[in-house]
Design a protein around this ligand. Structure first.
Ligand code: 13P
Length: 250
């Protein structure tokens, strides 16, 4: 049985004070059992949030990391640095990074490899745009992105990889994929993993859904057989709502 996993992606939001407060309320509210939970604050607040989460079961992740561990890469931070300050996870290949910062599958694959080598679990994001969906290209796009982004990943590392299906048209729009649409995409992604890595690894792979997950739709989305939890943006900035989403994954 795959355990549900709920991850809050705070994106470029919060202040130092509000990040600490949000982390504090989430840590106090998650209880001792239920879904696995993580938050991914902005990089500059990671250390403050790490201190706030100390002793709680809420895990910490970065929103991005580069594909070398040190060097002349102004403005970047490495997987080793994330690990150093207490992260266990890193989101990679989010559609906002693909769209606004030109990240390609090959680039994401290099980052995922180094993240794994540094003991971080990459949350590798894939998802089609509205235009691609309307053109009937959803599966083609998902295949290219998933296999491209995992091209560096050996089967032995797959158990440390998390996939997030985030249809671009559902991100920040308030229009979530229907449970049926999410299930269809997740089953397709799991099938691709089965082809490449074999059935047992595909069965244990955690695939999160992201895109307008909220307290009132989380339970139905997470109730789908291939949906193993959520990567939550906007709704993760409200502690009460986020905790309700966590509870929906219990
Ligand atoms: P929203 O939950 O705000 O739609 O964002 C989803 C997302 O991009 C999480 O990574």
């Amino acid at each position: 049985m795959r355990r549900k996993f709920i991850v809050g992606n705070w994106k470029m939001n919060t202040s130092r004070a509000s990040a600490i407060e949000l982390a504090k309320v989430v840590a106090a509210g998650v209880g001792s059992s239920g879904a696995r939970v993580a938050v991914c604050p902005p990089a500059v607040y990671l250390e403050a949030v790490a201190a706030t989460l100390a002793g709680s079961r809420v895990e910490l992740g970065g929103q991005n990391a580069y594909f070398t561990n040190a060097g002349a890469f102004t403005g970047e931070h490495s997987p080793a640095m994330l690990k150093d300050i207490g992260c266990g996870l890193v989101i990679l290949g989010h559609s906002e990074r693909r769209q606004f910062f030109g990240e390609t599958d090959e680039f994401v694959a290099k980052k995922a490899k180094l993240a794994l080598e540094n003991g971080l679990e990459p949350i590798v994001c894939v998802g089609e745009t509205l235009q691609e969906r309307q053109a009937g290209k959803t599966f083609e796009v998902l295949r290219t992105q998933l296999l491209g982004s995992l091209q560096t990943i050996e089967a032995t590392h797959l158990p440390q990889v998390v996939i997030a299906y985030e249809p671009v048209w559902a991100i920040g729009t308030g229009v979530n994929a229907t449970p049926e649409q999410a299930q269809e995409a997740h089953a397709f992604l799991r099938g691709l993993i089965a082809e490449k890595y074999g059935l047992p690894l595909s069965k244990s792979l955690v695939i999160l859904y992201g895109g307008s997950v909220k307290a009132d739709n989380a339970a139905t989305l997470f109730g789908q057989p291939d949906v193993d939890g959520g990567l939550v943006g906007g709704a993760a900035l409200d502690a009460k709502g986020f905790l309700q989403i966590v509870a929906a994954g219990a």
